[in-house]
Design a protein around this ligand. Sequence first.
Ligand code: GDP
Ligand code: ZN
Length: 369
Amino acid sequence: MALIRQRKLSKQQIRRIEKQQQAHQDDNTNDLIDGVVIAHYGKQLEVQVTSLPAEQPQKPSVADGEPEPFWQPIELHDIWRCHARTNLPMLATGDNVRWIADPNTGLGRIESVQPRRSLISRPDRYHKLKPVASNVDILAIVFAPLPLPAPSLIDRYLVVCHHAEVTPLLVLNKADLLSLEPHKEVANLLTEYQQLGYDTVLTSVDCPETVKTINDIKQQGLQDLEHKIKNKMVIFAGQSGVGKSSLINALLPDSEQSVNVISTNSKLGQHTTTTSRLLPFVNDDLSQGGIVDTPGIREYGIWHLTPDDILAGFIELAPLAGLCKFRDCKHTSNSKGCALWQAVADGEVLQRRVESLVTLQEEADTQHY
Ligand code: GDP
Ligand code: ZN
């Protein structure tokens, strides 16, 4: 880690800074509002009001005949466009913040951010690591019989979960296709992850409505999924075409409506591209959980993790790696005395998981940004 050199300040300077900070806090504690960042547009963010300030700002009185000036009252669950104070860390959707509203402009300023339970970051197009979503509880890793699953992508997401401190949930969608011959094997993949101790669920959303048994799978699967993510913050990830949008739509019947509420409430007009947006399961009530919709999370890179970090994310392999003959063992199939390959030969671990580990470690080793 880079060394941070501290600038030496004189006692007098320190006293002055402390006094200024104290004065600043005394100034605005009564105006502070609790909120949650529900969308992120680069420099600007949308924050939902979760508590009212100790003192509501007073609307200025207007003399007879004068035009009414713009005035945005502060109401619970309203959504305000805010910017952040310059010295704050980069903020992410899901952050719990304290902020100050300016009813004269309808804009807010975020003053502080509360400690995070979890944080999912990803590299932006300039290879800088950006926080995408904080306080997420579950990463739903979606795959399907079609498009053919890439197990190494699932392993990649599992590593990400391990490091972001987010619980993975493996979702095998398009369960209706599993009865067809070429797809049957995909169910084994779900079983393999179940045997490793991961939580799993089978779902079906957009399937033909005509067959009754399929409708039963559909109801049951969605109910199981709903049950597992109830009161939680969830992100859906997985290859394109596996049914993430279909699942999100089925779980959020009024997501369209909540998007409209956002535009009218905060009078924002046209939206530009967001990095992520939080959609609550129950309108206006973030405490009952919701979905963080993150269009860009699909191509999740893990280059910022070291090979050891990656190993730690392979929960059944990590304890074995210490048993390899050489400390710097690369765990390739021809590595001498490799405990992982011995475990493959003994039928204790899956060969494809060891191969996946090696691929991800090599990738992390060769990418230097
Ligand atoms: P995304 O790219 O992961 O968001 O996937 P979409 O939700 O756009 O779905 C891709 C395609 O799969 C669409 O044509 C859906 O209608 C279809 N699809 C989604 N869920 C199911 C399902 O459970 N069964 C079947 N047979 N098709 C589905
Ligand atoms: Zn080894």
